[in-house]
Design a protein around this ligand. Structure first.
Ligand code: PLP
Length: 384
């Protein structure tokens, strides 16, 4: 078997630990070295060993890009200095006047990037749960459908296969932000997406110690265009950041299994609690997009959102009262976090079609002992 065939035959966990990570040929080091060199010696002009200058390419970054591309089942992987930098590179593919359809629940920073930075691109917020309505009201100038599934923070799930086939019939591209699901739970390219986007800051890195972004895709021409912009605009991650993300991804499968199990324990507590108005979790049969999640995801993820009967004041009191769940932005790491999207991660969406309810709290359920997490939430909910 050739190297590529061997890697594509590997199971997920094997690829996470071995794809792009063969022992260093000169020293035998089992751990991918952090290549700090910014420049690489050439034998003659233009005669080099694959690397010239670290913005254009770096061995630690190559290992990490190969690893995550393998996990997404993608032919190409590109790493960036943040999730938003990766998103920015995708949006630069489009010409002024080409429309972006954005699911009406998404990360506030994605909304801000599309609506306030890429102002040359018209955009509309659409209900991606209603694919028939979407087909009927499809704007002719649409070039791109941008969806998160599950979404941040309402955890709505959209049918990637149905949306991709609708978009492709009409000549539009589909980008899926796979940050919440990760490739362990869901592989959008196999369902018809054109590009997968990640905030690697979240589950891929997994330890709240690195900011990063990632694009995975199959199309070689599109990958060439994105690689051009990755180098030309230069929002690349540092070698140490690539190393941290690569190390995090090695344990993605075992972390995700525990995140999902702990999330279920938390959901069980919240569902029966008198202070809680509604629990948002893709596994619940009445959850918006449950059927799509059950079809396209291996499990339902580590994110749980809920609304409080006592309104915003109760939500803020609960957020301040947890001890193990740290009050903070971000998500997807080993430690549990709680936040108030309306005033924190989604403040930039206030007054827009993506505004979130003010009695909403979002939990990133970590991999601590489930009973401790449940007990912490139980005591915090007494303040609601
Ligand atoms: N996509 C999602 C779903 C996010 O939650 C975030 C950040 O919270 C981003 C993209 C942006 O990523 P970054 O913060 O790494 O720039």
């Amino acid at each position: 078997m050739g190297e590529f065939e061997e890697q594509s035959a590997w199971g997920f966990e094997t690829a996470a630990i071995h794809a792009g990570q063969e022992p260093d040929p000169t020293t035998g080091a089992v751990v991918t070295p952090i290549s700090l060199s910014t420049t690489f010696a050439q034998d003659g002009v233009g005669n080099h060993k694959g690397y010239e200058y670290s913005r254009s390419g770096n061995p630690t970054r190559t290992a990490y890009e190969t690893q995550v591309a393998a996990l997404e089942g993608a032919a190409h992987g590109l790493a960036f200095s943040s999730g938003l930098a990766a998103e920015d590179n995708v949006l630069r593919l489009f010409a002024p006047g080409q429309r972006v359809l954005l699911g009406n629940d998404a990360y506030g920073g994605t909304y801000r990037l599309i609506s306030k930075v890429h102002t040359q691109l018209p955009w509309s917020a659409v209900d991606l749960l209603d694919t028939a309505g979407l087909a009927a009201s499809w704007p002719d100038d649409t070039a791109l459908v941008w969806l998160e599934t599950p979404t941040n923070p309402l955890l709505r799930c959209f049918d990637i296969e149905a949306i991709a086939s609708l978009a492709h019939e009409r000549g539009a591209m589909v980008v899926v932000d796979n940050t919440f699901a990760t490739p362990f739970l869901q592989q959008p390219l196999a369902l018809g997406a054109d590009i997968v986007v990640h905030s690697a800051t979240k589950y891929l890195g997994g330890h709240s110690d690195v900011v990063g972004g990632f694009l995975a895709l199959d199309d070689a021409d599109l990958a060439d265009r994105l690689r051009f912009t990755q180098n030309a605009a230069g929002a690349v991650p540092a070698p140490f950041d690539c190393y941290l993300a690569l190390r995090g991804v090695k344990t993605l499968a075992v972390r995700m299994e525990r995140h999902c199990a702990n999330a279920r324990a938390v959901v069980d507590l919240l569902i029966g609690h008198p202070a809680v108005e509604r629990v948002l979790y893709p596994q619940l049969p009445d959850h918006p997009g449950h059927a799509a999640a059950a079809k396209q995801m291996r499990d339902f993820g580590g994110m749980v959102s809920f609304t409080l009967r006592g309104g915003q004041a109760a939500a803020l009191r609960v957020a301040a009262a947890t001890e193990l769940f740290t009050l903070g932005e971000s998500l997807g790491a080993v430690e549990s976090l709680i936040e108030h999207p309306g005033q924190m991660t989604h403040a930039s969406a206030a007054g827009s079609p993506l505004e979130v309810p003010d009695n909403l709290l979002r939990l990133s359920v970590g991999i601590e002992t489930a009973a401790d997490l449940v007990a912490d939430l139980q005591q915090a909910l007494e303040q609601a």
